[in-house]
Design a binder for this molecule. Structure first.
Ligand code: MG
Length: 261
């Protein structure tokens, strides 16, 4: 009986292979090459800059090295974080900052540096975070976090190290540079879509390059970030701010730009 089923399976797969080969032969005979050419729309022209880290001409600059005009504290107040020579640094205890502009799906470039002076370990070392879709009207963290952490010779839970989707997805590799070195994230974030009744129509997805190395490959986000408990979705507006986290450590940021998708 099993032999018969196996034979039947092979016959069926041979048959579909035969049919698809036949289809290819027919297409080659009856179609011209132009039949599969698309000439519209024409992609708009973008100047990519000289380096991979340069803001392309269609990017929105969220920090150009000079001021925090594109940011507020989550409560709406002026950011108290420290601006130095072309970068800014978390001022511990003053709270996280959010972008004034709201975003949904996007491509984000951000550079960060964790403190060269090592004063703690695990989650206490160079901790911050890049959050997508942080709702300023919600108490506590409500966005989707890509973890910022000093993960250079610093063991912690794998889904909490640098480049993790915090407490959800372990990065594919650890591409961290040593503390005091500038590092980059290039993130492609696909916003979730909600039905009218608040249920999830399509999940959020994220792809992350850490210092140019792919560490998250289009992973499905399971819900907004939670320190305690399993992730879940809560319906929210189509666009919300980007958040940078004050986790009490002197993490610095520079060259932040974003492209809406
Ligand atoms: Mg964090």
């Amino acid at each position: 009986m099993i032999e018969l089923l196996i034979l039947l399976f092979f016959f069926k797969s041979e048959e579909s292979y035969f049919l698809s080969s036949l289809d290819t032969i027919i297409q080659k005979k009856h179609l011209v090459p132009e039949a599969t050419e698309l000439w519209a729309p024409i992609p708009s022209i973008v100047d990519p800059g000289d380096n991979f880290s340069d803001a392309p001409s269609d990017a929105i600059i969220l920090f150009d090295g000079n001021n925090l005009n594109s940011w507020t504290h989550k409560d709406g107040g002026e950011p108290k974080w420290t601006i130095s020579d072309g970068y800014f640094t978390v001022k511990p205890g003053t709270g996280s900052i959010i972008s004034k502009q709201y975003f949904g799906s996007c491509q984000l470039h951000i550079e960060f540096m964790t403190p060269s002076e090592i004063i703690s370990q695990g989650q206490g070392r160079g901790n911050s975070g890049v959050y997508f879709m942080e709702d300023p009207n919600q108490q506590g963290d409500s966005g989707y976090e890509i973890q910022v952490l000093d993960s250079y010779n610093n063991r912690t839970y794998s889904n909490g190290q640098a480049g993790s989707v915090y407490k959800q997805h372990i990065p594919l590799v650890n591409a961290s540079k040593k503390p005091g070195d500038w590092q980059s994230y290039d993130i492609i974030f696909k916003a979730p879509v909600f039905n009218d009744n608040g249920s999830v129509e399509s999940h959020a997805y994220v792809t992350v390059f850490h210092n140019g190395v792919l560490i998250q490959n289009n992973v499905q986000i399971q819900g907004y970030v939670k320190f305690i408990g399993y992730p879940e979705y809560k319906a929210h507006p189509k666009k919300l701010p980007i958040k940078l986290q004050d986790h009490g450590n002197l993490v610095s940021f520079r060259n932040i730009w974003i492209r809406e998708l």
